[in-house]
Design a binder for this molecule. Structure first.
Ligand code: ADP
Ligand code: MG
Length: 342
């Protein structure tokens, strides 16, 4: 286990513990270590035991399919197939195809085949280094999610390319677990999948869930969202980063055009919507696209809302969630809020 990475990854979005009476007993909650992070599922009603067991089994199963480092996993076999067609499970084929859709939708800002470049920077192992531009340029020649072929459950990745579902996996896992919980009669639940928050219904007392928005510059929370039935996913440069010998901070979200950490003026990007995998892919994409590109994408779709926190201390929030957001008191006058309307 890579503890420094784990510590860095926890708390992207924060679940705000309310007063004691709202915290369900321990037995309603299950924590699992999967996808390189701690995941906690809290269920308030329905067949609680079956729901939690089902959630745990599913999270471990999906981790087993998508881990690029576990020999024999779908992604490991695909990445090591040397260009040969590879039979994978339906979930994997579907998520790869979804990765291709996201690549199209975002004009290449989200590219699941960027993995060799991510690896070159050391973000997969924690052995960080600043690669030379020639190495990056070489690796970028073998990227482009549009070059993957998905036919049924058979996936073909051209020789020399590798893919990783790290930018989508936690969101997709959130969707899968949500479906399992609902099948078990759950109408109120909270999933905290390493900072990806997904909620079913409302809190047991009927009030909306309170989801904290992490302050990109410190450990605290910038404000809170009060929402029901949705996924809230944040991506930020503070999640996984290192400071190079040149004193510059380098983070784990890369711009597929340059192969270097995306510097778009965004400190954190949060996507809110019904679908976890979409929000997961979008949060990463919005961070890469920057303010203008993110706004353009939001205007072209009606399936998500967003919060962008900019390096120059502005908070841009779309109208669908503007009334659900409360800025923390200590940020009043420090962070300027702007609402985007259609
Ligand atoms: P996290 O998984 O840390 O919550 P994200 O969902 O934003 O964060 O995914 C970032 C991960 O996706 C990185 O750790 C890296 O493996 C990979 N990645 C980085 N840049 C991109 C990109 N532009 N497109 C697709 N995947 C990326
Ligand atoms: Mg993401």
């Amino acid at each position: 286990m890579r503890w420094p990475l784990i510590a860095a990854a926890v708390g992207t979005a924060l679940v705000l513990g309310g007063c004691g009476k709202n915290i369900p007993p321990e037995s309603n909650s299950r924590s699992v270590f999967a996808m390189d992070t701690y995941m906690t599922v809290t269920v308030n009603d329905g067949r609680i035991g079956d729901a939690l067991n089902g959630a745990e089994t599913e999270l471990k199963r999906l981790d087993g399919l998508w881990s690029v480092t576990t020999e024999g996993s779908d992604m490991y076999r695909l990445d090591n197939a040397g260009g040969a067609p590879t039979e994978v499970s339906p979930e994997t084929a579907e998520l790869i195809a979804f990765g291709q859709e996201m690549y199209d939708l975002t004009d290449g800002a989200l590219d699941i085949t960027l993995y060799p470049v991510v690896r070159e920077w050391g973000f997969t192992t924690g052995e960080y280094k600043i690669p030379d531009q020639a190495a990056i340029d070489g690796l970028l020649k073998n990227t482009g999610a549009d070059r993957i072929t998905v036919s049924g459950n058979t996936v073909t990745l051209p020789q020399g390319m590798s893919a990783d579902l790290g930018s989508l996996g936690k969101g997709a896992a959130g969707d899968a677990v949500t479906a399992i919980l609902k099948k078990n009669g759950v109408t109120s639940a909270l999933l905290d999948l390493g900072g990806n928050v997904q909620v079913i219904g409302a809190k047991p007392d009927g009030s909306p869930w309170r989801i904290g928005l992490r302050d990109p510059w410190s450990e605290g929370s910038l404000g809170r969202l009060e929402l029901t039935d949705c996924a809230v996913v944040t991506s930020g440069g503070y999640e996984r980063f290192f400071v190079g010998e040149d004193g510059v901070t380098y983070w784990h979200i890369l711009d597929p055009e340059t192969g270097c950490p995306a510097r778009s003026g965004i400190a954190s990007a949060t996507a809110v919507g019904k679908e976890g995998r979409l929000c997961d892919g979008l949060s990463t994409s919005l961070f890469v696209l920057g303010e203008e590109g993110a706004e353009e994408l939001w205007r072209s779709m009606d399936s998500f809302d967003m919060i962008l926190v900019t390096d120059d201390r502005r908070l841009i929030i779309t109208e669908g969630i503007a009334d659900s957001f409360t800025l923390g008191e200590s940020y009043e006058g420090v962070i300027k809020t702007e609402v985007l309307r259609r």
